[in-house]
Design a binder for this molecule. Structure first.
Ligand SMILES: *Cc1c(COP(=O)(O)O)cnc(C)c1O
Length: 351
């Protein structure tokens, strides 16, 4: 690939940002990457100042929802070095999503070189503060025109950056869902498709009205098995065993999930990848063997659950001093922030 064309901003906005009080994903770095697909091929990617863009009202993204994304983070170490965590996994997954949504796959060089060049240019936007990072959002959508219900013939791939503070704060109480589903067999649950989120918002609002923060998704067929925690994968600790559901059509193959499985096994924690029945979790909550539940994903890393509701009954989880959630989060963030040994070779240096 040729060198990426760069149009630098004439006026950086960086001085207007309070890096000590960052929300999640609500201010954007100076630059973005754009790459268009036309006439059956990807054009040259370019980096421009972050800005709004024009789309035709008939662009198929608006009507038929061809839209996929990735979520990753860039981390700054104490020496000012900037790192990514397993970025090739995001690249691979973007193309798995693209295929399922009848969108063109993006060549690996465009993704990787585009990402690295953009991050090198906006490296000063990677926050230094503990728990903060530069959230990286690669995404692709149908920019092609027409009301005909068929795949577009033009697409746009972009990467935008948002300096962010920690994702969640406080205890999370969740509701085990009995009616709605986020995904079904043969569907797009395994893809990072925008529509999966749209479908999740309404049931989540209902749960919030009942006083919960999030939904625990169960299988669409019986609602008897636990699948994901909101937009995160789920881990359940019964006694000293850490359990997560196997990936399938309905479950997103999370990079945090598989990293946690590897780290836990390496630390000698017993792990099981298997179906988890709601009945088993209720039973374990009643007999005291249920020790922890937590969500796992790039944004929050690990998000401990303090209680869950099921069939109008609430169950509290114990407060543990040394929880798996805390230990595993520390291990994984030590790798991400270049503080600890990287046994698995997951760190990727940007600068
Ligand atoms: C993105 C996502 C995850 C987490 O994936 P990571 O690669 O760990 O960030 C889990 N579940 C859903 C539904 C997701 O969209």
């Amino acid at each position: 690939m040729n060198k990426i064309a760069v149009e630098r901003t004439k006026r950086s906005r960086i001085d207007s940002v309070d890096f000590n009080n960052l929300a999640f994903g609500s201010v954007f770095a100076d630059h973005m990457l754009v790459c268009d697909y036309k006439n059956g091929q990807w054009g040259a990617p370019k980096i421009t100042p972050y800005q709004s863009m024009e789309l035709d009202p008939s662009a198929k993204i608006f009507h038929y929802g061809q839209s996929i994304f990735e979520g990753m983070k860039a981390y700054k170490d104490d020496e000012g070095g900037v790192w990514l965590f397993r970025p090739e996994e995001n690249q691979r997954r973007l193309n798995i999503s693209a295929k399922r949504l009848a969108m063109p796959e993006l060549p690996k060089e465009i993704f990787m070189e585009g990402l690295v060049t953009l991050l090198q240019i906006d490296r000063d936007w990677v926050p230094r503060k503990e728990g903060s990072s530069l959230y990286v959002r690669p995404f692709m959508f149908a920019s092609g025109k027409g009301f005909h219900a068929s795949p577009a013939d033009e697409f746009r791939f972009m990467i935008a950056l948002a300096p962010s503070g920690p994702y969640f704060s406080g205890k999370v109480s969740v509701l085990i869902e009995e009616r709605y589903s986020r995904a079904a067999n043969g569907g797009v649950g395994f893809a990072k498709a925008g529509g999966n989120y749209a479908a999740q918002f309404y049931p989540t609002q209902l749960a919030v009205e009942k006083g919960y923060n999030q939904i625990i998704w169960t299988d669409d067929n019986t609602h008897e098995y636990i699948e994901e925690a909101g937009a995160m994968n789920i881990f359940i600790r019964i006694n000293d065993t850490l359990i997560t559901a196997p990936t399938n059509d309905r479950i997103l193959d999370g990079i945090t999930r598989k990293s946690i499985l590897d780290i836990a096994a390496d630390m000698g924690i017993e792990t099981e990848v298997r179906k988890i029945a709601v009945a088993e979790v209720i039973e374990a909550a009643k007999d005291g063997s249920l020790k922890e539940m937590f969500g796992a994903g790039t944004a929050a890393v690990v998000s401990p659950i303090s209680s869950f509701g099921y069939k109008e009954v609430d169950y509290d989880l114990p407060e543990l001093g040394k929880s798996y959630a805390t230990i595993l989060k520390k291990r994984i963030t030590d790798i991400q922030y270049n503080r600890g040994e990287d046994k698995f070779g997951w760190r990727f240096r940007v600068v």
